[in-house]
Design a protein around this ligand. Structure first.
Ligand code: UDP
Length: 324
């Protein structure tokens, strides 16, 4: 059995509502659900998503796209078997610029989508985040760790909206009997991350390809564990087809310093770009690595794509879609 064989479920005959479906992660989830036979309704306000991400799906007979905001009254659906609430502004740069929208998609949006799931007796999954652990004092991070979040810092709007979303799931389970699960997604990268997204992988790839200095924050000793998007999507789809409550960490436990990552990207792109150390953002977590024992046990899942392989695929997409 490969790591991805366990719960590979057929979604034929099922209707999935995916919020944030034209975003980086959401567009890959829509694709995967369609490939497994689902009818997919995709909602997105294109705050950070873009129709270009799902342009190739628009003609599909089982795919419907609707521009809408999850914090506003939702469109009606005839039925829903699965509700995946992925809509969120996930880049620190972007949520720093749009704090209220970030809060609203995690709070009002999550409550509305839980209501929708309750009404249709649908399976519900929310994309939470490793940011619920804040700047963690426990390493690696296990789901039982409660985190170390600054509730009034620059990252609070994202972290607290996701912590609210998790609490909303717990409340809706208790009061509305919703079959709801939580995935805590760690840093994910891959094709369709916008070049100006601000997150580290698209930024470094763009800088390296253009021969510009790679802007490493601080001394670059802070770590991240980067998961290729196909692996993350597989975990989300497995979660959707299970009754696992979670929270379940979804991430690749291979941990790198940001300086190491910069060097790997310079090497892969054969770039002559230098490293330039820039100011580290306030509250930037110093270490991050998921403990994925629960995902292995509950979902039969583990990542299969290594960093260099994933970066190569991301670079290929970037070169095919950029003007460089
Ligand atoms: N980072 C960096 N240079 C950049 C962008 C990000 O050194 O141009 C660092 C950032 O400070 C953080 C890490 O890379 O330590 C990951 O940042 P990202 O915004 O991708 O995601 P985060 O994990 O902080 O949400």
């Amino acid at each position: 059995m490969t790591a991805h064989d366990g719960l590979a479920k057929d979604f034929h005959g099922l209707h999935a509502v995916v919020t944030g479906g034209s975003g980086f992660l959401g567009s890959h989830v829509c694709e995967s659900l369609l490939a497994r036979g689902a009818r997919v309704t995709c909602w997105d306000n294109e705050s950070t998503g873009a129709e270009a991400n799902i342009a190739h799906l628009l003609g599909h007979e089982r795919f419907t796209y609707r521009l809408c905001d999850v914090a506003e009254p939702l469109p009606a659906v005839d039925r829903a078997d699965v509700v995946l609430h992925l809509a969120s502004i996930a880049s620190p740069l972007a949520y720093g610029r749009r704090p209220i929208d970030t809060l609203r998609s995690g709070s009002a949006g999550t409550l509305q989508l839980l209501e929708l799931a309750a009404k249709h007796q649908a399976r519900f999954v929310v994309s939470s985040t490793s940011e619920v652990y804040g700047d963690p004092q426990v390493h690696p991070q296990h789901e039982d760790y409660w985190g170390h979040v600054n509730p009034v810092g620059p990252r609070a709007v994202y972290d607290e909206s996701k912590r609210f979303a998790e609490a909303a799931v717990v409340g809706a389970r208790r009061e509305w009997d919703v079959d709801a699960g939580i995935v805590r997604i760690f840093n994910t990268y891959g094709p369709r991350m916008a070049v100006d997204d601000g997150r580290v992988v698209p930024t470094f790839i763009d800088q390296a390809v253009r021969g510009l200095p790679l802007t490493v924050a601080g001394d670059g000793s802070q770590t991240r564990s980067l998961c290729y998007v196909d692996d993350t999507v597989e975990a989300i789809v497995r979660m959707a087809s299970s009754d696992v409550q979670g929270p379940v960490n979804v991430g690749n436990p291979d941990e790198y310093t940001i300086l190491e990552l910069a060097r790997v990207i310079v090497g892969l792109t054969n770039s002559s770009s230098p490293i330039e150390h820039v100011a580290k953002p306030q509250d930037d977590p110093s270490r991050r690595k998921p403990d994925i024992a629960r995902a292995r046990a509950a979902l039969g899942w583990e990542p299969t794509v290594g960093l260099r392989d994933g970066l190569r695929r991301t670079l290929g997409w970037y070169l095919a879609h950029s003007s460089v």
